[in-house]
Design a protein around this ligand. Sequence first.
Ligand code: GCU
Length: 603
Amino acid sequence: MDLVVKVNAQSNLITNIEARRALLLNGTWQYIVDPYETGFYDYRYKELKESNTDAYWNSDVPVNKTDKKEHGYTDKNTLKVPGDWNHQKPEFLYYEGTIWYKKSFDFKPTGSGRYFLYFGAVNYRADVYLNGKKLGMHKGGFTPFNFEVPASLLKEKDNFLVVKVDNKRYADEVPTLNTDWWNYGGITRDVKLVELPQTFIQDYVIQLGKPQPGKAPARNPEVSGWLKLSDAKPGESLTITVPELKVKYQVVSTGAVTPINFKLINPVLWSPEHPKLYRVVVSSATDQVEDRIGFRTIETSGEQVLLNGKPIFMRGICIHGEIPQEVRRAHGTDDAKQLLLQAHELGCNMVRLAHYPHDEAMTRMTDSLGILVWSEIPVYWTINFGSQEVLDKAKAQLNEMITRDHNKASIIIWSVGNETPISQTRTDFMHNLITEAKHLDSSRMISAALEVNYAALKNENVVDDPLGEFVDLVAFNEYLGWYGGLPDQCRTTNWSTPYHKPLFISETGAEGKFGFHADSLTRFSEEFQEWYFKEQVAMFKRMPSNYVGVAPWVLNDFRSPKRNNPLYQEGWNRKGLYDDKGNKKKAFYIMQAYYKEMSKRVR
Ligand code: GCU
């Protein structure tokens, strides 16, 4: 049986973390800002030994009055977790460097369990210490990770948890030095101390198998996937129940990973119109975890995208993980609700979560609201494609993104990157990522925002990026009339791709400052942006038959250090259909009307 989602045996990531027994460590943390990393290196710039009392992960309290202590955590210096530091202190708005976070907590171990420190995300590098011992280091600013805590290390009182967070940008990281978004640093998502049995259910895939090509799913479709225990324990009885469908499936574990395969009787399939989620209970001899899972199929068939065997048109919008009203990274359910209700108001059935995996609250919410998702790793622009180390970093983030969300029905596209400049080295690098993504999850479409060959033919732009051969969905960004020329170019421009695959516009947009009104030729006016979208919509109506959707850039105005027009931008990218205060611009209504029309035509 072909497992649609492969198991990543190396990953120790614990999934469905919200359903696990945990001590939430969110709240007020003390901090030390450390631009010279004095708490990590000695004066010869050598890493401090773990026991060195000058290290900022060791106690800051002098034992004797003769003790020399040159660091200390106090309530005078605190930050909220989760949350980026940039919006919490004016002096941190542009800060790029190291900040040490410290939290003391009491904990009564039950004695028989295993303990893991879980982080929803830390941007960009996290070095984690507990009671003076290093637990691990993680790189990647938008994906979860967890480190096991030896029970012997935990105390009932005053556990000293320290996290060194460094958000400096480097050429050989993912993303690289240059991005069109704010480099928000910090512990930006939830922190938990998770308590689990000695052998626990670490991860699982419970999804419908690949459908018969081009066919609607069977009335009684087959679930195919696997259960992964924390340890290889053959002979353990494992059970999956879906009470509402009267499913009780039992299997005996064959090791750490046990394939599963069973039928659902006449389930309600998940879709934007009917985002049905079922309560699913996974249990073993010593552990039990509940989840809410939607069952659907997604595939491409020729030049169409089929959801549950029927063609769909994706009425999308690109979203940054940012709450512009408070100029901060988005996290949690309320933020997810705010952003997705704006997308719903626009008439969307799909969101492109740019350019990095968003908080899990977002993909839980898209599952509940019935909004299709494009989820992406930040392989953005000019990554160092010639480096194996950089490829490994990108793969690690791809693994973490897919592992966290491989049971989310709303996610239909994994994207391995955005606007990467064509070269053989780059195409090999990206092809490698596409292959890895397909290996990890062949049940979803794999894509990326590809490059366009402008004016390849007379009045015709051709999406002939060599990566088009390997992706399922040929997606491209175009800014006809904003970057180069004026919007009326749209009238005489055609689009094509040599790949007989569905074609998707993954970005298109123009800037408009809310409240700035002028004639439509005046750049940065709402009228210019409105004209841009009027011309674009007219062009959408002339797209070739394999055009399956569009995701305008972007839902809200967002912060970027690259946008420095003193009148209209002032550090904001103004391509939002909403401004940074939630006001709708005139262009919003052009897209809303288009989506209203399209919603009547194709689901
Ligand atoms: C690019 C890029 C976006 C960027 C946008 C813009 O296509 O993908 O991240 O913000 O264009 O220039 O506004």
